[in-house]
Design a protein around this ligand. Structure first.
Ligand SMILES: O=C(O)CCC(=O)C(=O)O
Ligand SMILES: [Fe+2]
Length: 322
């Protein structure tokens, strides 16, 4: 059985922003994962989102396929995505639904289930999307402080998050995986692509993050993502907390000071639901080494990239692999 990771708890409501930022800095350097508590999101709203999500995924496949992905928004069926083609040929055993920016100003058009079938669905999702995005932005100001930047660094005009690229992803892992001659993951090993992910889970286990052993100490994988052996530890559900993890774009942006960490979802035989918000800078934003993250002795390790191109290429790779 896997050990459980003991991750730091970050209190978003703390008035001591400097010490909160210091804790975030440590968590982002050591783990790339932490729990976010007192985030202000209404429990009832979260419950409603899980309920509506369950209603959608229990529709007949034919009905769900009417909303099949257009661009990167809409429904993605079982096995459509393979996050780690090196460990499995079969895609991941999960279905998902993706909701993007609510004001469609860049041609990314959301698809919504018909009101006859799911009358409250759109209302609940839009409400949650707005609230979780605002929580993500609040967190981003603490992350800026943690990186010794002005707290409005990401949110100010031209800062990338003033018009963020937020994608809400509803996930459903069926309990029964059927019979297969190779291991079928709920989500195979991957690190997220963007800046930060705020994940709500339903309490059913399965999520694991990867540690790697160096002699007697354990470090979560960052730049050493390809090294073996990987040691997987459970990331437990903490009631009322978001699980926050950093994506590869944040790792590049911070010149590897902050780490994105490999994680996966293992099958447990139990049905599982989760809801992730992927928060990224707007498509045109150029992600290049942050001013506080390089020096003469530590020059930028990565060339600048356009946020939209980077995310698009990573999504395309995961969908073409299964
Ligand atoms: O469902 C989960 O717990 C994790 C989902 C995830 O890692 C992802 O969608 O990137
Ligand atoms: Fe992930």
């Amino acid at each position: 059985m896997a050990e459980s990771l003991s991750l730091p708890l970050i209190d978003l409501s703390s008035s001591d922003r400097i010490s909160t930022a210091t804790c975030i800095r440590q968590a982002c350097m050591d783990y790339g994962f932490f729990y976010l508590i007192n985030h202000g999101l209404d429990d009832q709203l979260l419950e409603n989102v899980f309920d509506e999500s369950k209603k959608f995924f229990s529709l007949p496949l034919e009905e769900k396929m009417k909303l099949a992905l257009k661009g990167d928004l809409g429904f993605s069926p079982l096995y459509a995505e393979n996050l780690d083609p090196s460990t499995t040929r079969k895609g991941d055993s999960k279905e998902s639904f993706h909701i993007g920016r609510l004001e469609d100003n860049e041609g990314h058009i959301n698809q919504w289930p018909s009101e006859d079938l799911l009358p409250s669905w759109r209302f609940v999702m839009e409400k949650y999307y707005k609230q979780v995005l605002s929580t993500g932005k609040k967190l981003s100001s603490l992350i800026a402080l943690a990186l010794n930047l002005d707290e409005d660094f990401f949110e100010k005009e031209g800062g990338g998050l003033n018009r963020p690229l937020g994608v809400l992803r509803l996930l459903h892992y069926p309990g029964d995986m059927g019979v297969s001659d190779e291991i079928v993951y709920g989500a195979s090993a991957h690190s997220d692509y963007g800046m930060i992910t705020l994940l709500a889970t339903d309490g059913v286990p399965g999520l694991q993050a990867s540690n790697i052993s160096f002699g007697s100490t354990l470090h979560l994988v960052c730049r050493e993502k390809l090294k073996q052996p990987r040691i997987w530890e459970d990331v437990n559900h903490v009631k009322g907390a978001f699980i926050v993890n950093l994506g590869d774009m944040m790792e590049r942006w911070s010149n590897c000071l902050f780490r994105s960490t490999l994680h996966r979802v293992m099958p447990t035989g139990k049905e599982r639901y989760s809801i992730a918000l992927f928060l990224d800078p707007n498509e045109d934003y150029i992600v290049e080494c942050l001013p506080s993250c390089y020096s003469e002795s530590c020059p930028p390790r990565f060339p600048p990239i356009r946020s939209g191109d980077y995310i698009r290429d990573r999504i395309a790779a995961a969908y073409s692999a299964s």
